[in-house]
Design a protein around this ligand. Structure first.
Ligand SMILES: [Zn+2]
Length: 221
């Protein structure tokens, strides 16, 4: 398989074609390729950030902070390569920064923990998502035309039912959750969580976990 070389990438929020005008005034934020893990129960959250770190370190996927200056970005853990499968040119993937004093956050795989959310947040890869209607189960590739941003409602063009985006099925392109764990700088399908790691997360948290791929800025709010 040919190697995919990640290119530095930016996400121009001010020209977001799906929500024109919504982000006017905000300049450029870096978009990262992410494999995002989250609990299937969108209301689950850890008791604290420390508890989440302990769980992920016990599973073996999370290492130490990349730098003490940034408290939400971690190196991969000792068991990471057994817990995630990599295709293609995995041996060429970097897992540590080359220069700790001038970190290039696009050059190596790291893990980022989202802030805890007061209520479930919807994260979606707008380009690749083909969600399924919770009523008629039909998939809607052109969903964005039927999305009402103000109340986050999607109206099915087939059965005409309207539901909040969190009630639709987003498969491997999005989810609603109060806690997200991102494996950053992996391309879609380049890396997948094994059943083992999903099962271990379920055992540790009491809820099933799933995953999706995202090309977007990191979750920092
Ligand atoms: Zn429908």
């Amino acid at each position: 398989m040919a190697c995919i070389v990640p290119e530095p990438d930016t996400h121009m929020l001010s020209s977001n074609k799906f929500f024109p005008g919504k982000y006017l005034g905000i300049l450029v934020e870096t978009a990262y390729r992410q494999l995002v893990l989250c609990p299937s129960d969108s209301n689950w959250q850890p008791a604290s950030r420390a508890e989440l770190v302990t769980i992920l370190q016990r599973v073996g996927m999370l290492g130490q902070l990349v730098t003490s200056a940034i408290p939400d970005r971690f190196l991969i853990g000792d068991a990471f390569m057994q817990l995630f499968s990599f295709m293609g040119c995995a041996p060429s993937i970097e897992f540590t920064p080359k220069d700790l004093h001038n970190i290039d956050w696009l050059e190596f795989v790291f893990i980022q923990l989202s802030p805890a959310q007061a209520r479930p947040r919807w994260r979606v890869d707008k380009e690749s998502a083909k969600p399924a209607c919770p009523h008629c189960q039909r998939r809607i590739p052109a969903w964005i035309q039927h999305y009402h941003a103000n109340d986050m409602i999607l109206t099915c063009p087939h059965c005409k039912q309207s539901e909040h985006a969190c009630r639709w099925r987003w498969f491997d392109a999005g989810a609603c959750a109060r806690q997200f764990v991102s494996i950053v700088n992996v391309f879609p399908k380049e890396s997948m969580p094994t059943e083992t790691v999903l099962l271990q997360l379920q055992q540790e948290t009491g809820v099933p976990w799933h995953y999706f791929y995202l090309h977007a800025p990191l979750f920092t709010d």
